[in-house]
Write a protein that binds this ligand. Structure first.
Ligand SMILES: [Fe+2]
Length: 291
């Protein structure tokens, strides 16, 4: 599989390293991510091993909370306290992983107030948003369009994972059309969320619609951010330049407040039945037998 367009990365020796991850749940004890400080530190070590040098912790936050100032203040104070514990904890790898903060804002209301910089990705105009996974609400395109008109840059988390979308992802195309950006999960490409999520993630890559990839790592014991595994997949496809754009260049640009670069469409990243079988054998440490 090859990219259809030319990409000229500026830092070839670190093409697939020095990554930036904009979606993770590592603030201890505030959501369904890392439950303790130790788990969060362990998760940061996993990121470091996988070549991720900047991590944005994005705890869940319901957009409806922003309509209730006292409830929002209480929630942000809770996250602030846990965040401070993580930042100040001894044992964090100094200078090896830069830890930043944001939130993953659930769009359970059409008009969240995003004025507080703690709600956005490292205080930039970019904000990571998600829909309820099991039911995408009506008028999603209008909701995103309104956020753009207000001056924000919505980044829709894992568009491949929402149930009820049409197979051709027409609605996702509309989101892009009004100025939203799309963040795919590494794990979706690896089949972590099922066959349909993988098919959609591959389709988005084939169309060049994904602007960045991230782990959505929940930092629990025994789990991995799936970065190494995804890198291996792009290597198999001969598409490490695209991997670099999606995991390094574009998330880095977002943290600078700059728009992601266009990602050239990948030709047919959907693995064939034979490729999936070969991968399965490889995981078991065996090669398929020729008969
Ligand atoms: Fe998430």
């Amino acid at each position: 599989m090859r990219t259809k367009g030319a990409v000229t990365p500026t830092n070839l020796p670190h093409l697939d390293r020095d990554l930036t991850d904009l979606h993770s749940h590592l603030v201890p004890g505030v959501d369904d991510g890392s439950a303790t400080l130790e788990e969060a530190q362990e998760a940061l070590a996993r990121f470091r091993e996988a070549g991720v040098v900047r991590v944005v912790a994005t705890p869940h936050l319901e957009g409806s909370l922003t309509h209730d100032p006292s409830a929002l203040a209480a929630r942000l104070a809770e996250v602030d306290a846990a965040w401070a514990r993580l930042r100040e904890a001894p044992g964090l790898p100094p200078g090896e992983v830069t830890l930043l903060r944001g939130h993953e804002v659930l769009l359970d209301v059409p008009d969240p107030c995003l004025e507080d910089p703690r709600l956005r990705l490292a205080g930039t105009p970019f904000v990571l948003v998600e829909w309820p996974l099991v039911h995408v609400p009506p008028e999603t395109t209008r909701v995103l369009s309104r956020l753009v008109e207000e001056g924000w840059r919505p980044v829709v988390a894992h568009p491949e994972r929402y149930r009820g979308l049409d197979p051709d992802l027409t609605l996702v195309g509309e989101w892009r059309g009004v100025g939203a950006y799309l963040q795919g999960n590494y794990g979706s490409l690896l089949g972590l969320y099922g066959r349909e999520a993988r098919r959609r993630a591959c389709l988005l890559l084939e169309r060049g619609w994904l602007d960045l990839l991230a782990s959505d790592f929940h930092g629990r014991p025994g789990l991995s951010p799936q970065v190494d595994e995804a890198r291996g997949l792009f290597r198999e496809w001969g598409a490490l330049e695209a991997f670099s754009l999606l995991g390094r260049v574009n998330p880095g640009r977002i943290l600078e407040g700059e728009a992601p670069l266009p990602v050239p469409p990948l030709s047919s990243p959907t693995p064939s039945w034979w490729e999936r079988l070969a991968r399965k054998w490889k995981r078991r440490g065996k090669e398929p037998e020729c008969t």
